[in-house]
Design a protein around this ligand. Sequence first.
Ligand code: SF4
Ligand code: SF4
Length: 365
Amino acid sequence: MNKLGFGYLRLPKIDEELDYEKINQITDAYLAAGGIYFDTAYSYLGGKSEEAIGRCLSARHPRDSFMLASKLAGYDAKSIDDCWAQFNTQLSRCGVEYFDVYMLHWLNKKNYTIAEKYDEFGFLQQLKDKGLAKKTGFSYHDTADLLDEILTKHPEVDYVLLQINYLDWESDAIQSRLCYETCVKHGKKVIVMEPVKGGSLANIPDRAKEILKEIDENATPAAHAIRFAQSLENVEIVLSGMNSLEQIEENMRQITPMPEKEMAILQKAVSVIKGATAVDCTACGYCLKHCPKSIAIPQYFKLYNEYKRNPNDDWKIIPVYDSLILKNGAASECISCRRCENNCPQKLPITKHLADIVQAFETKE
Ligand code: SF4
Ligand code: SF4
Protein backbone atom coordinates (compact mmCIF):
# COMPACT_ATOMS: atom_id res chain seq x y z
CA MET A 1 0.00 0.00 0.00
CA ASN A 2 0.97 3.63 -0.35
CA LYS A 3 -1.39 6.45 0.66
CA LEU A 4 1.02 9.31 0.03
CA GLY A 5 -0.42 12.66 -1.11
CA PHE A 6 1.66 15.56 -2.39
CA GLY A 7 1.34 18.72 -0.26
CA TYR A 8 2.07 21.81 -2.39
CA LEU A 9 3.24 23.98 0.52
CA ARG A 10 6.97 23.48 1.00
CA LEU A 11 7.86 23.79 -2.68
CA PRO A 12 11.44 24.18 -3.94
CA LYS A 13 12.63 27.75 -4.38
CA ILE A 14 15.58 29.64 -5.80
CA ASP A 15 16.23 32.99 -4.07
CA GLU A 16 12.70 33.14 -2.59
CA GLU A 17 11.08 32.50 -6.02
CA LEU A 18 9.44 29.17 -6.83
CA ASP A 19 11.67 26.90 -8.89
CA TYR A 20 9.10 25.85 -11.52
CA GLU A 21 11.49 23.59 -13.41
CA LYS A 22 12.11 21.54 -10.27
CA ILE A 23 8.39 21.56 -9.36
CA ASN A 24 7.61 20.15 -12.83
CA GLN A 25 10.18 17.40 -12.27
CA ILE A 26 8.94 16.31 -8.85
CA THR A 27 5.28 16.56 -9.90
CA ASP A 28 5.97 14.29 -12.89
CA ALA A 29 8.01 11.88 -10.74
CA TYR A 30 5.22 11.61 -8.14
CA LEU A 31 2.62 10.85 -10.84
CA ALA A 32 4.95 8.37 -12.56
CA ALA A 33 5.41 6.55 -9.23
CA GLY A 34 1.64 6.05 -8.96
CA GLY A 35 0.69 9.07 -6.83
CA ILE A 36 -2.54 10.91 -7.66
CA TYR A 37 -3.48 13.25 -4.76
CA PHE A 38 -2.39 16.92 -4.59
CA ASP A 39 -3.22 19.30 -1.75
CA THR A 40 -3.11 23.10 -1.75
CA ALA A 41 -5.00 26.03 -0.17
CA TYR A 42 -6.10 29.58 -0.99
CA SER A 43 -3.55 30.98 1.47
CA TYR A 44 -0.54 28.72 0.77
CA LEU A 45 2.48 30.81 -0.29
CA GLY A 46 0.20 33.82 -0.70
CA GLY A 47 -1.64 32.13 -3.61
CA LYS A 48 1.52 30.95 -5.39
CA SER A 49 0.91 27.32 -4.41
CA GLU A 50 -2.39 27.27 -6.34
CA GLU A 51 -0.73 29.07 -9.25
CA ALA A 52 1.97 26.37 -9.27
CA ILE A 53 -0.76 23.72 -9.40
CA GLY A 54 -2.14 25.47 -12.48
CA ARG A 55 1.23 25.78 -14.15
CA CYS A 56 3.00 22.52 -13.19
CA LEU A 57 0.10 20.09 -12.79
CA SER A 58 -3.16 20.91 -14.52
CA ALA A 59 -1.63 22.61 -17.60
CA ARG A 60 0.64 19.60 -18.15
CA HIS A 61 -1.42 16.55 -17.17
CA PRO A 62 -4.95 15.35 -18.05
CA ARG A 63 -7.52 16.30 -15.39
CA ASP A 64 -8.57 12.69 -14.85
CA SER A 65 -4.98 11.63 -14.03
CA PHE A 66 -4.94 13.37 -10.62
CA MET A 67 -7.11 14.35 -7.66
CA LEU A 68 -6.92 17.92 -6.39
CA ALA A 69 -7.83 19.25 -2.95
CA SER A 70 -7.91 22.88 -1.90
CA LYS A 71 -9.17 24.89 1.06
CA LEU A 72 -11.24 27.99 1.66
CA ALA A 73 -9.78 30.68 3.91
CA GLY A 74 -13.22 30.87 5.52
CA TYR A 75 -11.77 32.69 8.54
CA ASP A 76 -11.33 35.76 6.28
CA ALA A 77 -14.84 35.59 4.76
CA LYS A 78 -17.63 37.96 5.77
CA SER A 79 -20.37 36.52 3.56
CA ILE A 80 -21.22 33.69 1.17
CA ASP A 81 -20.34 36.09 -1.66
CA ASP A 82 -16.78 36.27 -0.24
CA CYS A 83 -16.65 32.47 -0.26
CA TRP A 84 -17.73 32.37 -3.93
CA ALA A 85 -15.18 35.04 -4.87
CA GLN A 86 -12.39 33.07 -3.24
CA PHE A 87 -13.56 29.81 -4.77
CA ASN A 88 -13.71 31.23 -8.30
CA THR A 89 -10.20 32.68 -7.87
CA GLN A 90 -9.02 29.23 -6.80
CA LEU A 91 -10.52 27.51 -9.86
CA SER A 92 -8.83 30.07 -12.07
CA ARG A 93 -5.44 29.89 -10.33
CA CYS A 94 -5.47 26.08 -10.41
CA GLY A 95 -6.73 25.91 -14.00
CA VAL A 96 -9.50 23.41 -13.15
CA GLU A 97 -13.30 23.30 -13.31
CA TYR A 98 -13.85 21.42 -10.06
CA PHE A 99 -12.01 20.18 -6.95
CA ASP A 100 -12.04 16.54 -5.95
CA VAL A 101 -11.91 17.57 -2.29
CA TYR A 102 -12.75 21.04 -0.96
CA MET A 103 -12.30 21.97 2.67
CA LEU A 104 -12.74 24.75 5.17
CA HIS A 105 -9.23 25.67 6.20
CA TRP A 106 -8.07 25.60 9.79
CA LEU A 107 -11.14 25.11 11.93
CA ASN A 108 -10.59 25.86 15.60
CA LYS A 109 -12.97 27.39 18.13
CA LYS A 110 -12.66 30.91 16.71
CA ASN A 111 -12.80 29.93 13.04
CA TYR A 112 -15.65 27.49 13.62
CA THR A 113 -17.72 30.38 15.04
CA ILE A 114 -17.02 32.33 11.83
CA ALA A 115 -17.88 29.28 9.69
CA GLU A 116 -21.25 28.94 11.43
CA LYS A 117 -21.97 32.68 11.29
CA TYR A 118 -21.57 32.79 7.50
CA ASP A 119 -22.98 29.31 6.80
CA GLU A 120 -19.74 28.04 5.29
CA PHE A 121 -20.84 24.41 5.72
CA GLY A 122 -23.90 25.35 3.64
CA PHE A 123 -21.48 26.76 1.05
CA LEU A 124 -19.61 23.43 0.93
CA GLN A 125 -22.92 21.66 0.35
CA GLN A 126 -23.79 24.03 -2.51
CA LEU A 127 -20.46 23.19 -4.17
CA LYS A 128 -21.16 19.50 -3.83
CA ASP A 129 -24.70 19.84 -5.23
CA LYS A 130 -23.35 21.73 -8.26
CA GLY A 131 -20.55 19.20 -8.89
CA LEU A 132 -17.87 21.80 -8.16
CA ALA A 133 -16.53 19.75 -5.24
CA LYS A 134 -16.78 15.95 -5.28
CA LYS A 135 -16.11 15.61 -1.53
CA THR A 136 -15.95 18.11 1.32
CA GLY A 137 -14.33 18.44 4.72
CA PHE A 138 -12.24 20.68 6.94
CA SER A 139 -8.74 20.90 8.33
CA TYR A 140 -8.71 20.93 12.10
CA HIS A 141 -6.56 22.32 14.92
CA ASP A 142 -8.33 22.14 18.28
CA THR A 143 -9.59 19.73 20.92
CA ALA A 144 -11.30 16.38 20.35
CA ASP A 145 -14.36 17.64 22.26
CA LEU A 146 -14.96 20.48 19.80
CA LEU A 147 -14.34 18.10 16.89
CA ASP A 148 -17.04 15.81 18.28
CA GLU A 149 -19.44 18.77 18.44
CA ILE A 150 -18.68 19.82 14.83
CA LEU A 151 -19.05 16.31 13.40
CA THR A 152 -22.31 15.80 15.30
CA LYS A 153 -23.69 19.01 13.79
CA HIS A 154 -22.23 18.42 10.31
CA PRO A 155 -22.37 14.71 9.45
CA GLU A 156 -22.51 15.67 5.75
CA VAL A 157 -18.74 16.26 5.41
CA ASP A 158 -16.59 13.45 4.05
CA TYR A 159 -13.12 14.16 5.42
CA VAL A 160 -11.22 15.67 8.32
CA LEU A 161 -7.63 16.79 7.79
CA LEU A 162 -5.72 16.20 11.03
CA GLN A 163 -2.19 16.74 12.27
CA ILE A 164 -1.02 13.20 13.02
CA ASN A 165 2.49 11.98 13.74
CA TYR A 166 3.92 9.66 16.34
CA LEU A 167 5.38 12.57 18.35
CA ASP A 168 1.99 14.29 18.76
CA TRP A 169 -0.03 11.07 19.07
CA GLU A 170 -0.45 11.39 22.86
CA SER A 171 0.10 15.20 23.04
CA ASP A 172 -2.30 17.10 25.33
CA ALA A 173 -2.15 20.17 23.09
CA ILE A 174 -2.51 18.58 19.63
CA GLN A 175 -4.61 15.56 20.77
CA SER A 176 -3.82 13.56 17.62
CA ARG A 177 -5.03 10.22 18.95
CA LEU A 178 -8.18 11.63 20.54
CA CYS A 179 -9.07 13.57 17.37
CA TYR A 180 -8.41 10.50 15.19
CA GLU A 181 -10.63 8.36 17.44
CA THR A 182 -13.36 11.01 17.25
CA CYS A 183 -13.28 10.74 13.44
CA VAL A 184 -13.49 6.95 13.67
CA LYS A 185 -16.50 7.27 16.00
CA HIS A 186 -18.27 9.46 13.43
CA GLY A 187 -17.29 7.19 10.52
CA LYS A 188 -15.14 9.90 8.87
CA LYS A 189 -12.12 9.29 6.71
CA VAL A 190 -8.97 11.10 7.80
CA ILE A 191 -6.34 12.87 5.73
CA VAL A 192 -3.08 13.43 7.57
CA MET A 193 -0.95 16.57 7.60
CA GLU A 194 2.46 16.95 9.21
CA PRO A 195 3.32 13.21 9.37
CA VAL A 196 7.00 14.19 9.69
CA LYS A 197 6.17 17.27 11.83
CA GLY A 198 7.53 19.86 9.44
CA GLY A 199 10.64 17.75 8.80
CA SER A 200 11.66 17.52 12.45
CA LEU A 201 11.02 13.74 12.55
CA ALA A 202 13.46 13.34 9.66
CA ASN A 203 16.22 14.79 11.78
CA ILE A 204 16.05 13.09 15.18
CA PRO A 205 18.77 12.61 17.81
CA ASP A 206 21.16 9.65 17.41
CA ARG A 207 19.75 7.93 20.51
CA ALA A 208 16.26 8.00 18.98
CA LYS A 209 17.65 6.65 15.68
CA GLU A 210 19.11 3.72 17.60
CA ILE A 211 15.70 2.95 19.13
CA LEU A 212 14.03 3.02 15.70
CA LYS A 213 16.56 0.52 14.37
CA GLU A 214 14.71 -2.09 16.45
CA ILE A 215 11.92 -1.74 13.85
CA ASP A 216 14.02 -1.67 10.68
CA GLU A 217 17.64 -0.73 10.59
CA ASN A 218 17.57 0.33 6.95
CA ALA A 219 14.56 2.67 7.04
CA THR A 220 15.16 6.41 7.46
CA PRO A 221 13.55 8.31 10.38
CA ALA A 222 11.18 10.03 7.92
CA ALA A 223 10.10 6.66 6.48
CA HIS A 224 9.20 5.42 9.99
CA ALA A 225 7.10 8.56 10.58
CA ILE A 226 5.21 8.25 7.29
CA ARG A 227 4.64 4.53 7.80
CA PHE A 228 3.12 5.21 11.24
CA ALA A 229 0.54 7.64 9.81
CA GLN A 230 -0.23 5.39 6.82
CA SER A 231 -0.87 2.42 9.10
CA LEU A 232 -3.96 3.93 10.75
CA GLU A 233 -7.02 2.24 9.29
CA ASN A 234 -9.25 5.30 8.78
CA VAL A 235 -6.45 7.28 7.17
CA GLU A 236 -7.00 7.57 3.43
CA ILE A 237 -4.22 10.01 2.47
CA VAL A 238 -0.99 11.08 4.17
CA LEU A 239 0.28 14.43 2.90
CA SER A 240 3.95 15.09 2.59
CA GLY A 241 5.54 18.35 1.43
CA MET A 242 8.19 16.90 -0.85
CA ASN A 243 10.74 19.07 -2.61
CA SER A 244 13.28 16.68 -4.13
CA LEU A 245 13.32 13.61 -6.38
CA GLU A 246 15.03 11.65 -3.59
CA GLN A 247 12.14 12.36 -1.21
CA ILE A 248 9.59 11.27 -3.82
CA GLU A 249 11.49 8.04 -4.43
CA GLU A 250 11.84 7.28 -0.72
CA ASN A 251 8.27 8.21 0.22
CA MET A 252 6.58 6.37 -2.66
CA ARG A 253 8.00 2.97 -1.74
CA GLN A 254 5.45 0.31 -0.92
CA ILE A 255 4.60 0.24 2.78
CA THR A 256 3.42 -2.59 4.98
CA PRO A 257 1.10 -1.60 7.84
CA MET A 258 2.94 -1.13 11.14
CA PRO A 259 1.95 -3.64 13.84
CA GLU A 260 1.16 -2.37 17.36
CA LYS A 261 4.43 -3.78 18.66
CA GLU A 262 6.37 -1.46 16.32
CA MET A 263 4.13 1.52 17.17
CA ALA A 264 5.10 0.97 20.81
CA ILE A 265 8.80 1.17 19.85
CA LEU A 266 8.11 4.55 18.19
CA GLN A 267 6.60 5.79 21.45
CA LYS A 268 9.87 4.81 23.24
CA ALA A 269 11.70 7.26 20.93
CA VAL A 270 9.27 10.09 21.74
CA SER A 271 10.74 11.03 25.12
CA VAL A 272 14.25 11.12 23.63
CA ILE A 273 13.13 13.38 20.77
CA LYS A 274 11.09 15.66 23.07
CA GLY A 275 14.05 15.99 25.42
CA ALA A 276 16.22 17.23 22.56
CA THR A 277 13.71 19.66 21.01
CA ALA A 278 13.59 23.11 22.59
CA VAL A 279 10.80 24.46 20.34
CA ASP A 280 8.17 22.21 18.77
CA CYS A 281 7.77 24.38 15.63
CA THR A 282 6.64 22.70 12.38
CA ALA A 283 7.81 25.63 10.20
CA CYS A 284 4.28 26.04 8.78
CA GLY A 285 4.82 29.83 8.61
CA TYR A 286 1.27 30.75 9.72
CA CYS A 287 2.65 33.16 12.32
CA LEU A 288 4.66 35.16 9.82
CA LYS A 289 2.00 37.16 8.04
CA HIS A 290 0.72 38.54 11.36
CA CYS A 291 4.03 39.86 12.70
CA PRO A 292 4.31 43.66 12.47
CA LYS A 293 8.08 43.40 12.97
CA SER A 294 8.75 40.82 10.22
CA ILE A 295 10.50 38.51 12.67
CA ALA A 296 11.60 35.28 10.93
CA ILE A 297 10.10 33.14 13.70
CA PRO A 298 10.42 29.58 12.26
CA GLN A 299 13.95 30.20 10.97
CA TYR A 300 15.07 31.43 14.38
CA PHE A 301 13.42 28.44 16.09
CA LYS A 302 15.22 26.04 13.75
CA LEU A 303 18.56 27.63 14.61
CA TYR A 304 17.70 27.63 18.31
CA ASN A 305 16.88 23.90 18.22
CA GLU A 306 20.25 23.23 16.58
CA TYR A 307 21.94 25.35 19.21
CA LYS A 308 20.21 23.54 22.11
CA ARG A 309 21.23 20.18 20.64
CA ASN A 310 24.83 21.29 20.11
CA PRO A 311 25.62 24.39 22.25
CA ASN A 312 29.28 24.18 21.25
CA ASP A 313 28.30 24.94 17.66
CA ASP A 314 27.32 28.50 18.65
CA TRP A 315 30.31 29.86 16.70
CA LYS A 316 28.70 28.73 13.44
CA ILE A 317 25.03 29.13 14.40
CA ILE A 318 25.15 32.74 15.65
CA PRO A 319 26.65 34.13 12.39
CA VAL A 320 23.71 32.56 10.49
CA TYR A 321 21.35 34.35 12.90
CA ASP A 322 23.26 37.61 12.46
CA SER A 323 22.90 37.40 8.72
CA LEU A 324 19.15 36.60 8.97
CA ILE A 325 18.45 39.67 11.10
CA LEU A 326 19.91 41.92 8.42
CA LYS A 327 16.81 41.15 6.33
CA ASN A 328 14.26 40.38 9.08
CA GLY A 329 13.30 41.75 12.47
CA ALA A 330 15.54 40.47 15.28
CA ALA A 331 14.06 38.46 18.16
CA SER A 332 14.72 41.46 20.42
CA GLU A 333 12.41 43.62 18.26
CA CYS A 334 9.37 41.61 19.37
CA ILE A 335 6.75 43.90 20.97
CA SER A 336 4.78 41.03 22.57
CA CYS A 337 1.60 41.80 20.65
CA ARG A 338 1.03 38.00 20.49
CA ARG A 339 -0.62 38.08 17.05
CA CYS A 340 1.71 35.23 16.10
CA GLU A 341 0.64 33.10 19.08
CA ASN A 342 -3.03 33.52 18.22
CA ASN A 343 -2.27 32.02 14.79
CA CYS A 344 0.09 29.20 15.74
CA PRO A 345 -1.53 25.77 15.20
CA GLN A 346 0.99 24.27 17.64
CA LYS A 347 -0.06 26.76 20.35
CA LEU A 348 3.56 27.65 21.02
CA PRO A 349 4.53 30.38 23.55
CA ILE A 350 6.40 32.18 20.75
CA THR A 351 7.22 35.33 22.72
CA LYS A 352 8.84 33.32 25.52
CA HIS A 353 10.94 31.35 23.02
CA LEU A 354 12.00 34.59 21.32
CA ALA A 355 13.15 35.93 24.69
CA ASP A 356 15.28 32.76 25.10
CA ILE A 357 16.72 33.36 21.64
CA VAL A 358 17.67 36.92 22.55
CA GLN A 359 19.59 35.52 25.52
CA ALA A 360 21.27 32.83 23.43
CA PHE A 361 22.08 34.75 20.25
CA GLU A 362 22.02 38.47 20.97
CA THR A 363 23.83 38.77 24.30
CA LYS A 364 26.98 36.81 23.42
CA GLU A 365 30.21 38.66 22.62
S1 SF4 B 1 4.50 38.95 19.55
FE1 SF4 B 1 6.46 39.51 18.62
S2 SF4 B 1 6.87 37.92 17.13
FE2 SF4 B 1 4.71 37.77 17.66
S3 SF4 B 1 3.65 38.98 16.10
FE3 SF4 B 1 4.03 40.37 17.83
S4 SF4 B 1 6.02 41.31 17.38
FE4 SF4 B 1 5.83 39.54 16.01
S1 SF4 C 1 5.80 29.18 15.42
FE1 SF4 C 1 3.85 28.12 15.14
S2 SF4 C 1 2.85 29.20 13.42
FE2 SF4 C 1 5.01 29.79 13.41
S3 SF4 C 1 5.97 28.39 11.96
FE3 SF4 C 1 6.21 27.49 14.02
S4 SF4 C 1 4.44 26.14 14.26
FE4 SF4 C 1 3.98 27.47 12.53
